[in-house]
Design a protein around this ligand. Sequence first.
Ligand code: AMP
Ligand code: ZN
Length: 118
Amino acid sequence: MTNPTERCLFCRIANGDINARKVYEDDKVLAFEDINPQSPTHVLVIPRRHIATLDDVTEADTLIVGELVRRAAAIARDQHLNSEGYRLVVNCGEAAGQTVFHIHIHLLGGRTFGWPPG
Ligand code: AMP
Ligand code: ZN
């Protein structure tokens, strides 16, 4: 069976096979600019370890999921998005718009957002 790391785009970014404009990294979490930004700030925050969708998250992933949210908020603060407000989005599954099956939080900021989302 093929290891997901070899064919998953975000695993390949995490292990350095594919370049990205990184804004943060540590041994568990990586954040980089979205290649097709939907707002002036559009950063993706991912775990280095492959988890396909939010539906695959288990109790063992509680810490890493918390780290992703905390890191997204820290980046928002670093980029001074916190005073105006910003949005975090996780698309789970194709109908919700997920196109890369390695979980990621979209950090969107720098403009006003409508509700409900499209
Ligand atoms: P989603 O549609 O929620 O799965 O989000 C996937 C995101 O990954 C989209 O916003 C894409 O623009 C973004 N994306 C795809 N390929 C790359 C890449 N090579 N580097 C950075 N972002 C990417
Ligand atoms: Zn992956």
